[in-house]
Design a protein around this ligand. Sequence first.
Ligand SMILES: Cc1ncc(COP(=O)(O)O)c(C=O)c1O
Length: 936
Amino acid sequence: MASSVSNVTKVDNFFSSSAARFDRWRELNAKAQTWAAGARGGKARDGRAAVEAALADVRPLEDFFAYPGARLMNTLAERIGADDSMGVARLVRRVSGSLLSGSYRHDSGLWELSDDETEVEPERLSQTFEGGESHRPYFEALFVTPAPAASVAKLAHEARRLRRAADAMIYEPVFVGSVEDAILATILNGKIQSVVIFDGIPVPSKHDVPLLRDLLTTYQHLDASSEAPLEIGITLAKMIKRIRPELDIYLMTDRNVEKLAGDPAASMIRRVFYEVEELMEVHLNILEGVADRYSTPHFDNLKKYAARPIATFHALPIARGKSIMKSNWIGDMGEFYGLNLFLAESSATTGGLDSMLEPTGNIKIAQEKFARAVGADHVFFVTNGTSTSNKMVYQAVTAPGDIVIADRNCHKSHHYGMVLSGSQPYYVEAFPMTEYSMYGAVPLRTIKQALLDLKAEGRLDRVKMITLTNCTFDGHVYNTRRVMEECLAIKPDLLFLWDEAWFGFARWSPFLRPRTGIGAAEWLHEWRETPEALKAYQAQVAELGEDLDPKDKRVLDRRLVPDPRKIRIRVYETDSVHKSMSCLRQGSIVAVKDEDYNHHVSAFREAVFIHASTSPNAQIIASLDVARRQMELEGYELVRKAIEIALAIRRAVNEHPIVSKYFTMLGADGMIPAEFRKSGFKDFLAADSNWLTALKAVKDDEFFLDPTRMTLVCGTAGFDGSSLKGLLAAKYNIQLNKTSRNSVLLQSNINNTRSDIALLIKVLLEISQDIERRLAEGGESERAAFAAKVKSLMTDVPDLPNFSRFHDGYREDPKSITLEGDMRSAFFAAYQEDDCEYLPLMSPKIDERLAKGPQMVSANFVIPYPPGFPIMVPGQVIEADTIGFMRKLDVKEIHGYNNTRGLKLIKLAAIGKGQTSAAAAKPAPERSAPRKGKAA
Ligand SMILES: Cc1ncc(COP(=O)(O)O)c(C=O)c1O
């Protein structure tokens, strides 16, 4: 739904700023056209007042954009002043149209005062924006200068005169005069790629920005009324980097440039210039900085390779496309995909192409660029999805016998990763969302309890890694920083694997970035260098002692502080680039920010050799390279729009008078219990919410809801998730993500537009009206049937089973209160068919064994879709709640379960046979009952 002009009046309303800007121009255009029509009909006066009011709404945002710029805005005001309604209507139509289409980026005529594009001098085009056949990329550079307006106009003129026909890109300067305005421009204008900061800028904005001021005074301790301190340029650079780390920042100063350039505090500044005579240098640096992000070494080489006349004598007939293009039978594939796909196919690793397995050339550089983009030290490209990325991490950093604390709901690649590496899972449970048949995320208290139990049992040294899904499928985002801080307080060298398969885009949102694994690692690096870090730790030592007592309840209750001198920051993040960026399917990365990575260099090489195909797909690698380019140049703007669209969809559903009777989009309060939202944040749509309350929730709350992941409750409309998904796909061409018993998951991404919102709402309205009609026409019986269906979907939901335990035969110390188990031995035990038995799910024998034994031990993973997590893993003792859940499940797809034969069980007599691990060969005792893995 369009954000209406009336409810978005402040420039610091960042959650709808891009849509709001276009809406304001559209509104102004409508008013201007009405005025012009009225003038023809003699009703000019009202029309002019309406245009003036609409222009007043437009103006504040325009200070932060190059187009239409001061000149066109002044002309507009002059024409209004002169009652030239026709001139106003023409100019507004042109500006608003070119803003919407983006044509101002390559059509210099649209910047001219002339209303008639044919009047633009043709040579001006060639001198400026037009760079040959295709358009030169356009961007904006922010100049933050205390100079008076007259000098600014001169500077703008000079900056434009520096353009050369040979420049590969073109930019327009945007000028602001204060720290606050520079921050506003950075946030509001996604076209900005470079920032030039002049010394001596004042702090306060000329705009009314109460929220921003609040932010700056609270978090940055910047006093808007204060005199500008000398370091203000560096402070501003730091703040801008926090918002958009990809931007190039330059400092213009008349101070000691050599000293400034060598100051580590100024490390985020790309170049420092001596203010007076360096404009050409600045210009060239601006272009070079953006060109560096633009360059895609692997893709660029692939294009060159495809253009060369190469004869191939290797085993890849599809390369060069001749077998396809000339074929009588498969030529349509060539027509469909185009020749380039085949020209760029190669199995070569030389001749301009590089090797994925041992990159030394353009793939290596492409990986380094990706690492820079995501703030990592290293990035590995993976062409078989995050399923493989995860397994590579297990392979490289864990060994048989290591304990890994893992969310039981994590993706199957983690479970299989542990089977492969022989590490032992210690499953921890997410909080259940029983009413929607799904899980949330794992409370930190549960994770701490697991670590403390292991400490109490003397096995903390065996814990190697903690792995969590961030964000979860349904959008629960961890407080990554707090999780790592508190866990490192218990074990300072823990590794963290953040599975961010869904969350790669978050890097480009200043709201979400602090909650990514690497974003939090960056913060940890900064934090541990501060005097406050040591002070906070010492205060904790005074309270709890240096060696935390695992039995001391305060350790569990308190927010723990790690010893900043001891911790090792060891973070691995896996991203399905294909899930949230412009990358071909299966493109994924492992991003590493591990200060002890040197321990794993050779293991990682092995992991690549083990898991990567020797025939990696060049297109996937190229698209990883290109996806990185896009995100470094427009990721910020695209992600902001995806969030805006999600918020608009949420509002449109929940506020629609008919649709909201049957469907609800769950907000943070519906997805996250209040105990995990200590900031009090309820939802993005709540009346008292704004971006500052959201920011506070991001900082403080245990879980935060990714706004782009939208759970639509449909049980209230009488649909189970799968039926609604099917209906939307079959009848309306709408593809959804995941389903639950009574909900479906919608996801907005960088590909969505406002038209998609309109389509979705139209369809939901149609379905709602259909229900209304049915209920009205069907009488009492139809209404009763509908109510019964809703009740069955919304109330009669099965309890979600927790992980029970590993069979004692797969545990080193069956008496231990800890839960880890040797899943790998159980997994391989199931290969011996003679050692396994089958029991049909509905067989009374199952109930008999549950009641009287002998225990049933799962031989394999059983994963129903939905919900998609393993309700049984190899070696797990099967209990009544799991059987009850499975019997109630009405899904057709259950991986690992053979409907004809039934559950596959390991015979108890076989447990311990041929086991290689430390838990080996113990007699299988009947029913000991270690503690269950309930959330603490
Ligand atoms: C949390 C999580 N991790 C990893 C994966 C695997 O990612 P990919 O499909 O890129 O192999 C998925 C897939 O859905 C997932 O949900």
